[in-house]
Design a protein around this ligand. Sequence first.
Ligand SMILES: N[C@@H](CCC(=O)N[C@@H](CS)C(=O)NCC(=O)O)C(=O)O
Length: 226
Amino acid sequence: MNLKLIYFKMRALAEAPQLLLHYTKIEYDYLMSWDYYDKKWSEIKPTISFKQLPVLMIDDKYEIAQSIAIMSYIEKLASINIKDDILAAKADAIMQSSQELFMPLNPTVNFAVGDSFNIKRDEMKNFLLSRFDDLDRSLNSGGKKFFIYDKPQACDFAAFHHLDLSKKLDDELIKNFPRLEKFLDDISSIDSISKYLTDRPDLIDVGVEPKLIINGKQHPTGTNKT
Ligand SMILES: N[C@@H](CCC(=O)N[C@@H](CS)C(=O)NCC(=O)O)C(=O)O
């Protein structure tokens, strides 16, 4: 089976699927939209099932859209999907609650600059702190290393991505939650994840002129080929 994860120059919704793929040691290729489709995003967008990325292509034939659906599929492929219905529902709640951090956190970190960045950062602060508090309480009450088990599930990688990205917005926020900081450390210190995090494109100049360093070259974040 051949898997290709298609996305853009952003550190956003392809991160948790990639963390999960690395954790489960499933081979895949990661391709920019223009490299896979060989067309501009504006031309290809109407042909994608939900007109957005990421999508996971299976054998260049089946397209799975929606990052949560992609992660559910990967969990099943790796046979680590949660069999207990109550725990599976809890994992879904963690997944959705984490995913709700996407907006406005991810677009702001990846794209906003100058005053717009500062205003958005200040406006979302209370929302982020409130949701971080929810996640912190969930980890504490669960009594496990991760949200569901002592091994990570897809929902853990989704939470990890957004919490980790928040450090690029304001690295003080997460410091109010030592249990969440420990959670980030526990995920980061898994060998395959540690390697992925070291090797992935660095996201620099957030709030000023965000860029990803891909193969040693700086690229502005976005949906266009550079
Ligand atoms: N609910 C979707 C959201 C996907 C999404 O917002 N994708 C953005 C990038 S993060 C996108 O495709 N932007 C380009 C566009 O909408 O034209 C998911 O979880 O995958």
